[in-house]
Design a protein around this ligand. Sequence first.
Ligand SMILES: [Zn+2]
Length: 152
Amino acid sequence: MNHMIGSLKAILETGKKLVEVRDAAARSELIVQFTRQIMDAQNVEAGLIEKIHALEQKITEFEDWKREKDRYQLEELPPGILMYRLKEGMENGEPIHKICANCYINKKKSLLHNLGTHNGLTEWKCHSCGFKESTGHFSPPPTEPDESNYFL
Ligand SMILES: [Zn+2]
């Protein structure tokens, strides 16, 4: 912004000189300078517009993420694994699911995939950051009945 004010001040100064100077050679030199300064100011303006657009984009992304992150709440599953689960009433037509706490901290929504439950342990995986953990309590599989006793 200071650069823009500096550019405008320079244009104003050159403009004042143009009004005062009568010598033709000096005037044409001032006109060249004046034109260059206006082009510089236009470049500065274009740069500022670009920065404003980038900031607007960031604000929109921030607002989108804020709205999205508020749909989830942190939960801890045994033995102490943290993940975010969809709050009740926030489904918006989506099935109940969980998202990765690592990615959430980095302002990113990544689904946690349930890879299945075996022997009381449910395995979870995030395909974005590679988070992989099991939750639940291990329960040993029931012992197979001894088939040799079937025909006794
Ligand atoms: Zn993740």
